[in-house]
Ligand binder design. Structure first.
Ligand SMILES: [Zn+2]
Length: 662
């Protein structure tokens, strides 16, 4: 009986294997067949792009969509990123993304895809050991187990799945943490995935010996290697921001299509683009609707820049499903230009073949983030009810967590043009004739010069202030002349002497400052700012000269330790107040712009401390806050305001002083 042939017959020739000549006789025909195991090894799977393969074989393990296959209906942006990342010439992929934009899901999916189509050892790195273990336990291992195709790729045995490794055909899939890099440096990897590279554990991207530097070298022995670096941005010096700026050959942003007008637009945040309901008070002035209501009732909308339609979350979801990744084009301010459409990503990639590419994913591109949540967090960052530290944190969170941009310290700085509104009509050096309680001053000591600031302060807990004079002199005696000896007159020629001044002695000519202050009879006191203190200020007795040698100070003098953060906050609050409101400051009419600029030289950083902006002089800012400490040392705010009757007596006293001086 003849059986139908159930095996394919292959002709055998010597080909590349000369030893076959010994076995085979020329002219004879030989056939062979393959065993199942041989066939399994030799079978070449039909190539599928990640965007085709992933939705069929990759399950979501956590969150709302757990148990379902990954769908590009929900995460359309991952499609472009995945297909671009697996192109042969692309080596490094940098993802700068807001939270909840599925960046980890995307990278996990790609590594899963590579288990079939681009095998080799892969390792996902996390900032710490706990996260690494949890990622393996909760996401990666269940994902491999849940997919029959992936499970087939595991090597059978008792230790196939451990807390940090899955043994797989062609190379294991492991998880590690930034601190573990040095111990495992001898083993090369084909795919390196670094999660949250902005975390401290990774070190700095510029440092060759940091975790990032070492991991980027680990792939050298594989030609077709891939390196993923992803993070939510933090500040301008964060790794992800530096990598995007200096390592990427091309950065891509997502353009979407309006479901109403079908125009392609770039979604971005501005007060014009996002819409939320406003309410009117009895005077007809508009104010923002309660942010909590906006969030709970989903009242936030996006305004299409092309047709003006208001998108709700549903429209947004439709829009992002018709997305295109395009080359990022920056405007003069370094922001993505929403008017200029960059080249389509794959066209660009195929032509330029860049090795390092980057992607930026803001929160509003994600199905998981409601537009109302964006609006809520934006309004929160501007909420005057929050204390300044919390408000600052909310601002930073919005920048990082929604815009997916770095927190720029310079951008938040006060603009000197804003302070022009504080100028009044007074010429320099003239004290107002009414309401002045005292004159105080601050002095900043530099190596070759001194900066000074003299202002008048009014009565009460929240007094008005007037800048009388500020500037720069060269010598200690000049300071004595300008601050103490020169009369500070009002229009009635009444003199107001400076009652207390604080001179900074940090670093520059400290001992001389002590001697000089002692010679003024402690009207000028040596002062030093400290970022954190339990009290606003404190005045310890000076026993020794500054310096290591502990030279005893001969006279009786107190120095001032001032809580610089506290007083700089106060100074900033004063500059924010209107000139004629209680607590406001008036600048004299001829104050030069460069002086005003010095008042805008520092800004609170993310730790809540004041930080100098590069290239801005901050001398007068320091003088100003020292003068505020001088007010408190005098206790001006507790001084009773003289009533009408007493005023005449005061006048008499003051006039007699001027008389003696004249
Ligand atoms: Zn439209």
């Amino acid at each position: 009986m003849l059986f139908p042939c159930n095996k394919k017959i292959y002709h055998v020739s010597c080909g590349r294997y000369p030893f076959l000549k010994e076995v085979l006789y020329p002219g004879d025909e030989y056939t062979t067949s393959f065993t199942r195991a041989e066939k399994k090894v030799l079978r070449k799977r039909k190539y599928e792009k990640p965007s085709d393969w992933v939705p069929k074989h990759r399950q979501i393990m956590k969150g709302d969509f757990a148990g379902q296959n990954l769908s590009f209906e929900i995460t359309p942006h991952l499609r472009g990123i995945m297909d671009a990342a697996v192109l042969a010439f692309v080596r490094e992929i940098i993802l700068c993304a807001a939270p909840q934009t599925a960046k980890t899901t995307g990278i996990d999916s790609l590594i899963a895809w590579s288990r079939i189509f681009d095998r080799g050892p892969a390792c996902s790195f996390y900032p710490d050991a706990n996260t690494a273990e949890r990622a393996m336990e909760e996401r990666i291992a269940p994902m491999v187990k849940s997919s029959p195709l992936l499970k087939k790729q595991t090597l059978k045995g008792r230790d196939t799945f451990t807390t940090h490794r899955i043994k797989m055909v062609g190379g294991n899939w492991e998880t590690g943490w930034a601190g573990s890099t040095s111990q495992t440096a001898d083993r090369p990897l084909k795919i390196v995935d670094m999660q949250e590279v902005n975390k401290k554990a990774y070190g700095s991207s510029g440092d060759e010996t940091s975790a990032i530097g070492l991991l980027r070298k680990r792939v050298r022995s594989y030609r077709g290697h891939k390196i993923f670096m992803s993070s939510t941005p933090t500040t301008e010096t964060g790794n992800i921001t530096i990598l995007l700026a200096s390592e990427c050959e091309a950065v891509f942003v997502q353009w979407v299509r309006c479901p109403h007008c079908h125009d392609e637009i770039y979604m971005h945040f501005s007060e014009e683009r996002f819409f939320w309901p406003k309410e009117e008070d009895e005077n007809g002035a508009e104010y923002d609707c309660d942010r909590k209501l906006i969030k709970s009732k989903r009242l936030g909308r996006y305004v299409c820049q092309s047709c003006g339609a208001l998108w709700d979350d549903n429209d947004r979801n439709k829009a992002i499903r018709r997305e295109t990744w395009r080359l990022r084009i920056l405007d003069e301010d370094g922001e993505v230009d929403p008017e200029q459409k960059g080249e389509e990503m794959f066209r660009y990639l195929m032509r330029e073949r860049p090795a390092t590419i980057g992607f930026i994913m803001p929160s509003w591109m994600s199905y998981m983030v409601s537009l109302s949540e964006v609006v809520h967090d934006y309004l929160r960052s501007d909420d005057p009810a929050l204390d300044p530290a919390e408000q600052l944190k909310a601002k930073k969170d919005f920048e990082n967590g929604h815009r997916a941009g770095p927190w720029k310290i310079e951008k938040r700085a006060r603009k000197s043009a804003e302070l022009m509104r504080l100028k009044d009509k007074r010429p320099v050096g003239i004290v107002p004739s009414e309401g002045v309680a005292a004159l105080v001053a601050g002095i900043d000591t530099q190596d070759y010069e001194f900066w000074y600031w003299i202002h008048a302060v009014g009565y009460g807990r929240n007094p008005k202030r007037w800048l009388i004079r500020c500037g720069k002199v060269n010598d200690f005696e000049d300071i004595r002349q300008v601050v103490l000896l020169n009369p500070h007159l009002d229009i009635n020629k009444i003199n107001y002497p400076v009652q207390k001044a604080l001179q900074d002695y940090q670093g520059h000519r400290a001992s001389k400052v002590y001697d000089f202050c002692a010679s003024t009879g402690s009207i000028i006191m040596p002062a030093r700012g400290e970022q954190t203190m339990a009290t606003p200020y404190d005045t310890p007795v000076v026993e020794f000269y500054p310096g290591a040698e502990k030279r005893r100070f001969p006279g009786a003098l107190r120095r001032v330790r001032g809580h610089s953060t506290f007083y700089k906050d106060k100074a900033a609050g004063i500059l924010d107040t209107n000139r004629d409101d209680p607590g406001g400051l008036a600048l004299y009419s001829t104050m030069p712009d460069s002086y005003i600029d010095q008042l805008c030289s520092e800004v609170r950083n993310e730790d809540g401390f004041w930080e100098q902006i590069r290239s801005h002089q901050n001398h007068l800012w320091d003088c100003f806050y020292n003068a505020l400490i001088a007010e408190d040392i005098l206790g001006v705010k507790y001084w009773p305001e003289p009533d009408e009757n007493e005023e005449e007596d005061n006048d008499l006293v003051v006039t007699s002083v001027t008389a003696t001086m004249g």
